[in-house]
Design a protein around this ligand. Structure first.
Ligand code: SAJ
Length: 439
């Protein structure tokens, strides 16, 4: 083992290695606290001054990280935060946890990775280990980060510094699987990179799974989330097919789910929301297009999932039609707007498309979401109605888009003239009820 690597391993082993986390969002802050709890001194580098100020005050802004934990770690000087990248001059171990969204064109937006890497490159020095956590297409670490981080000082990965990829697996709000106990895949540019990065992460995480390369680690994450996207697309198409056949898709899924092996239950809905599942697979299909290959499953699932809001609006239109009411001029209440139940995250939520389409067709749209007081999207701006039951009494149709646990669904059923239930929230109460239409 060369002396550079030995020295770094020794600093990691005795926790004197200075850790830096670039990006203190829903991935970076939990990761920073896990390394701090393991005994490292961790500095979060975050461009958002409000977040930096909150951490410095000992406060958390991430639901999975309790403020009392941040208070304790900051008070013991184990956790720090700054907007100054110059702290990287003293860093030995750096993890990059920045967003990887899509551009309006549907192409990957690597600007956050490029900016973070450019800043890090200014402070690179021999004896560092760098891990990218942001979900991206296979090849990003080797093609983008490696040249940027090695060229400045002529460093050699695997000898002078160590570079790896480790996909984040944070599911915001989940209590059973956390950053600490969720198995962590890590793959390096070289075997030495894998070993050093894995050794660092093993000091703080319960289970580290080493793979042979950065590409394998990058691809593992895309398989995980493409698997979900395609299976949601499958059940959404099953819902459409069952509707044509006059079969209850919810009963079909429950029946199939009794199979104790070889089947995994997914449920249809109004579309695919969130900052991971609808987006990550498109990084993969984009990369393959550049290699003249069409990732057909991804493209088809994306087509089906993005078509679900329009399908839901069609169900609403048909349901109102049965009551001799045109959609145009009807009052429709959207119940639940977040991209999935019991959270306040609106990113890529199908509710945004459902509301937009209803408005385009001339419906008067109201919404309620206990976690989202206001929505400003495209050319419209709505506030959540104060009383969902009172609103249900006043409208021609209620559509359940996101089934938060906090709702009294039987009261909704009692007070609404008509309900389109896109999540089978009413279950057996809705199956044969004259007021209820389901996907
Ligand atoms: N959805 C359906 N039907 C389903 C499952 C999901 O319509 O059967 C919809 C949801 O309503 C939502 C979207 O898909 O709009 C995404 O739902 P999700 O349950 O996949 O939740 P996410 O986006 O928070 O996914 C995260 C992912 N975690 C990471 O990427 C680190 C995913 O890998 C996890 O498997 C998932 O949480 C989880 O299991 O909760």
């Amino acid at each position: 083992m060369n002396s550079m690597r030995e020295a770094l391993i020794a600093r990691i082993q005795d926790k004197t290695a200075q850790v830096a986390i670039l990006g203190l969002g829903y991935v970076g802050l939990p990761l920073a606290t896990v390394f701090a709890e393991a005994g490292f001194t961790v500095t979060g580098v975050e461009p958002d001054k409000d977040k930096v100020d909150a951490i410095c005050r000992g406060e958390s802004y991430i639901q999975d990280v309790p403020t009392r934990q941040v208070t304790r770690l900051v008070a013991s000087d184990k956790l720090r935060a700054t907007s100054e990248f110059s702290v990287l001059q003293q860093a030995d171990a750096v993890s990059i946890c920045v967003p990887t969204p899509l551009r309006k064109t549907g192409d990957p937006d690597l600007s956050f990775i490029l900016d973070a890497t450019s800043e890090l490159a200014r402070y690179m020095h021999p004896g560092m280990v760098v891990v990218l956590e942001s979900t991206t297409y296979p090849g990003t670490t080797r093609e983008i980060l490696l040249p940027k981080l090695s060229e400045g000082l002529g460093l050699t990965a695997g000898e002078d510094f160590f570079l790896a990829f480790s996909p984040e697996r944070v599911d915001p709000g989940r209590k059973d699987w956390t950053t600490y106990n969720t198995p962590k895949v890590i793959g390096g540019i070289t075997r030495a990179c894998t070993e050093v990065a894995a050794y660092w992460y093993q000091q703080a995480l319960e289970t580290v799974v080493a793979v042979s390369s950065t590409e394998s680690a990058e691809m593992a994450k895309l398989l995980e989330n493409t698997f979900r996207m395609i299976n949601v697309g499958l059940v959404n198409e099953m819902a459409i097919m069952c509707d044509r056949l006059g079969i209850d898709v919810w009963e079909v899924i429950e029946a199939a789910a009794t199979k104790p092996f070889g089947f995994m239950k997914f449920t249809p809905g109004p579309g695919l929301g969130g900052h991971c599942i609808p987006i990550d697979p498109l990084y993969l299909s984009w990369k393959l297009r550049a290699l003249n290959y069409t990732a057909r499953f991804i493209d088809l699932a994306s087509e089906i999932n993005t078509g679900m809001p329009r399908y839901v609006v069609g169900k609403i239109q048909d349901a109102l039609n049965e009551h001799s009411k045109p959609l145009k001029g009807s009052r429709v209440l959207v119940v639940g707007a977040a991209y999935k139940p019991d959270i306040d995250d609106l990113r890529e939520s199908p509710a945004l498309d459902v509301i937009g389409l209803l408005r385009q067709k001339g419906a008067e749209v109201l919404y309620h979401d206990p976690y989202i007081p206001q929505i400003q999207h495209d050319d419209w701006n709505l506030h959540s109605v104060p009383d969902v039951i009172a609103a249900a009494r006043m409208v021609d149709c209620v559509v359940i888009v996101t089934n938060h646990k906090s709702y009294d669904y039987l009261a909704l059923l009692e007070n609404a003239a008509l309900i389109v239930d896109t999540r089978n929230t009413l279950g057996s109460f809705g199956r044969d009820h004259p007021k209820v239409v389901r996907l």
